[in-house]
Structures are given as structure tokens and as C-alpha cells.
Write a protein that binds this ligand. Structure first.
Ligand SMILES: [Zn+2]
Ligand SMILES: [Zn+2]
Length: 466
């Protein structure tokens, strides 16, 4: 069983201010359309091309942080701090990485079968089983210049932590911000190496374990620390307190004198999140407060895609054949693919497949395997579907809640999975479609399934749609 990761952000959420009423908006993952709980205005959040920077404000104050140190000292029978403590309050930068992790494992297992022809003798066979899983991957890695005692990662947090866009307004009094000293490109390589390491540790006799990271997204998160230092009581002490939990994370009684100053401070530019009104760019009509990556304006029929992609044909297609009254129109991304990719696809779909398109559902399905199966079925059937342009957003249209970017990621994962399963080499070729279009196909509910109304051949389980 494979589940599509629902929430990539684990314990982080983003707090922003509503431009309409000034109230607080709380945003979670896949948050691009949101309505303000205070004034009801509808907004869309635009993510920048550059990694955005966030700041986490300290939740504890100076006395509370100091209390954390004394608690630790008491528990360890050490002398308590005195008034000579010097305090620094810092926001220390971390790279936060969110991605999708694909794990492919081939395992051998023993199957015992009773064979009648052998006088009911039990016979044992060795069989192979494939396990494929997709899971969210989230990691934080120190991004600042070396500061002894600050943890290399934020680790797994039990708290639900609010991140605010990084801006001078959000910096608390007496806090300094340390610069980012590590480039995203280096961090990315480091993560990819680590993932490869997992493969080596996990290797089994079939030698076909694969772990891959897809679409790592990066942001910078400034995290608050209280740094207390003293030079009395017979020596040096540095205590580092986590500014959110108030827990002491490190106690140093001497500093490593290795020179860590080799970092040059690269000039790192950040992007910022933009909140904009969720309206038609042509006529200003409000768009529906529904998460969809594509709309057709009900007022002026403008095609609106929230993702900018030069491969995308800026119109919506539907199948030519008439649909029935009870049909639901489900959206699909149709990728015209290169010859290289179509070779893999022939392999993947077998003899019946003869198309240069790969079709991926543009609506969310909770189960990755179901999505994969539907991709296979509809891609094979696609040459038999005739499409025409649709100028209106039909009332039976399902929302496009799988983005083009994510659909491309799934396409890549499906192809990659096929390569592993058929041992056709594991070289990563990025999925490189030539063109993309969005089309809707009619499906009617029947018992436990949706069945397509054009060919009566493409099905998927009804319970996969909420
Ligand atoms: Zn508001
Ligand atoms: Zn319009």
C-alpha cells in the first residue's frame, strides 16, 4: 500500500497577516487558496521562485531560559549560575528541506505450497516481492557559520511551530540574526549523498534497493536561541537554550579552537511569499474559493492557470463524445513525451500501448497505486479519445487539485518505478515532456466504480474520491 503524503510540513505552519482586515491567517501545506476566518476575503498565496525565508519567534523570555539552565544544573549536581552570565539572543539559520522520498525494495520470501501432484507434499518456493513506498521527507540542516553548541539540525519537534515570513518587523527586541553561510546547492548534494548511503546500508542480496528524493523544496528558517556565557567559577561555560521549548540543548565548558572561519559568506537572496486577491486577471471577477490549479472565469471565459508553464496549452479540452447527465467530468494532465520516454512507456504498458502521450490524473487520489493504475489505463486508452476545446467551466467539472508540477513528479516516479521493477537501469533521466494539455473525461458511477462514458473501459474505485 502506498499513500500519497498529505502533509509535508509536519510540525510547522505559516502565520501571515490578512491584507483585508489585519487578522491572522494560518497556512498549512498546499495552502495556495485560503479564505480569511475573520473577514471572509479570499486570497491566493504565491510562492517565490527563490527559497523563501521564515523566522520563528522565541516563545520563552530571558528568565524562563535561565530557569532552563538552572534546572539542568540542579539535575546534574552542578553549581548554579550567578549574575555574571552574559546573554546573546540569536536567530540561527537552518535550511528546511521538504521533498518526496521514493523507496523501492525487492525482497525474497519463502512461499509454501501444497502440490496435489506431489502426493500433497509441501513444497517451498522462493518468491520475490516488491515494496514501493512514497513518504514525505522533511529535514533541517544548519545553514549558518559554525557556532559551537548550536545543534546541526532542529530535529523532530513535538511542538506545532509557527513560522512567519522573515522581515525586520518580525525580529524580536535584542535578537540578532546570523547570516546564511551555506549555499542551497551544497546542501542539496549533501542530502542526495545521504540518501544514497541509505541504499548501501539497506542493500540486500537482490541488490535492487533504491531510494530517491523527488523535488526537494528549500526554505530558510531562522530559529531563536539564548546563549548564556560566563567566565567565572573557575572557567568558561556556554549554555545554549532552545528559544521555543525553553530547554537547554548544550553546555560547553571549553571551546574547540579549530578555525572554522573558512566559510565565505555567500550572498544569498531570498524570495518572499505574496498574498494576492483570488481574482480573474482579465475582468477582476472573484474566483471560486476552491483549491484548483486551473479555472475558466465564469464571467469572461479567460483560461487561468495558477502555475506558469510554457509547455501548457492555455485552454481546456473535453472528450468529443456526448456525456450522460449523471456523468462527472474528471480532469487529466496529458503529457506529450519524447521518444526516449516512450520507449520506457511501451515497456511499462505492454503491447496495447501505442501512444506518445502519458496521462496523469489531475485530481487527488489518496492511494498512489490507484493513481498509477489509472495512469496506465487512461494512457493506453488515450489514442481512442477525441478531444475538443471547451470554453466554459462545466458545472460537472471536478477541480484540478493536482498541480502540473506534481503531476510531472508522479510521471517521473511512475517511469522510474518501472525502470527499477524491470531492472532497466537506474539512471535518472528527468521527465521531459514536449507539451502539456488539460482535458476532462466523463465518468459515471456504477456500483463500486467510476466507468468512463466514452470507451466504457477505464475504471477506478468510487471510494477513492471523497
Ligand atoms: Zn481578513
Ligand atoms: Zn474574467
Amino acid at each position: 500500500m502506498m499513500m500519497i503524503p498529505k502533509n509535508r510540513k509536519a510540525s510547522f505552519y505559516i502565520g501571515m497577516t490578512c491584507p483585508g482586515c489585519g487578522g491572522e491567517l494560518q497556512l498549512e501545506d498546499d495552502f495556495f487558496v485560503t479564505s480569511c476566518p475573520h473577514c471572509g476575503s479570499i486570497f491566493r498565496i504565491e510562492l517565490p521562485d527563490l527559497p523563501p525565508a521564515y523566522l520563528i519567534q522565541a516563545k520563552v523570555n530571558k528568565p524562563e531560559a535561565r530557569f532552563g539552565i538552572n534546572k539542568y544544573l540542579k539535575e546534574n549536581n552542578l553549581p548554579l549560575t550567578n549574575s555574571s552570565l552574559q546573554l546573546k539572543q540569536l536567530y540561527y539559520p537552518f535550511w528546511k528541506i521538504d521533498a518526496v522520498l521514493l523507496r523501492y525494495r525487492k525482497k525474497k520470501y519463502e512461499a509454501i505450497v501444497v502440490e496435489e501432484s506431489r502426493y500433497n507434499q509441501e513444497v517451498s518456493y522462493e518468491r520475490e516481492r516488491e515494496e514501493i513506498s512514497l513518504s514525505p521527507y522533511m529535514n533541517t540542516i544548519s545553514a549558518g557559520n559554525y557556532f559551537e553548541g548550536i545543534p546541526p539540525s532542529l530535529g523532530l519537534r513535538a511542538e506545532y511551530i509557527k513560522m512567519e515570513p522573515y522581515s525586520s518587523d518580525n525580529i524580536q527586541e535584542d535578537f540578532d540574526t546570523l547570516p546564511v553561510g551555506k549555499q542551497w546547492e551544497d546542501i542539496r548534494k549533501n542530502i542526495l549523498n545521504k540518501v544514497e548511503l541509505i541504499d548501501n546500508i539497506d542493500q540486500n542480496e537482490l541488490g535492487s534497493n533504491k531510494t530517491r528524493i523527488f523535488y526537494p523544496k528549500a526554505s530558510i528558517v531562522y530559529f531563536p536561541y539564548f546563549i548564556f556565557e560566563s567566565y567565572t567559577n573557575g572557567g568558561f561555560h556556554r549554555y545554549i537554550v532552545d528559544g521555543v521549548s525553553g530547554r537547554m540543548v548544550n553546555h560547553l565548558s571549553h571551546l574547540d579552537d579549530t578555525d572554522h572561519s573558512s566559510f565565505d559568506n555567500p550572498q544569498i537572496k531570498f524570495g518572499s511569499l505574496r498574498v494576492s486577491a483570488h481574482r480573474c486577471p482579465t475582468c477582476g471577477e472573484d474566483l471560486p474559493a476552491v483549491k484548483s490549479f486551473v479555472y475558466i472565469c465564469r464571467n469572461c471565459d479567460t483560461f487561468i492557470s495558477l502555475e506558469k508553464n510554457s509547455l501548457l496549452e492555455e485552454q481546456v479540452f473535453i472528450t468529443e463524445s456526448p456525456s450522460n447527465k449523471n456523468d462527472k467530468m474528471f480532469p487529466f494532465w496529458a503529457f506529450k513525451i519524447s521518444e526516449t520516454d516512450s520507449k520506457y512507456l511501451k515497456n511499462m504498458f505492454g503491447g496495447i500501448y501505442s501512444s506518445d502521450y502519458l496521462i496523469v490524473p489531475a485530481f487527488k487520489m489518496p492511494n498512489f497505486n490507484a493513481m498509477y493504475r489509472l495512469t496506465k489505463r487512461i494512457s493506453s486508452a488515450f489514442p481512442h479519445l477525441k478531444l475538443k476545446n471547451s470554453e466554459k467551466w462545466g458545472h460537472r467539472f471536478y477541480w484540478v487539485n493536482v498541480s502540473l508540477t506534481d503531476a510531472m513528479m508522479y510521471a517521473e516516479i511512475f517511469i522510474q518505478r518501472e525502470k527499477y521493477a524491470k531492472a532497466k537501469g537506474d539512471d535518472i533521466t528527468t521527465f521531459d515532456p514536449q507539451e502539456v494539455k488539460l482535458f476532462f473525461a466523463p465518468f459515471r458511477p456504477e456500483n463500486y466504480f467510476y466507468v468512463d462514458s466514452v470507451l466504457n473501459a477505464i475504471t477506478f474505485e468510487k471510494n477513492l474520491i471523497p
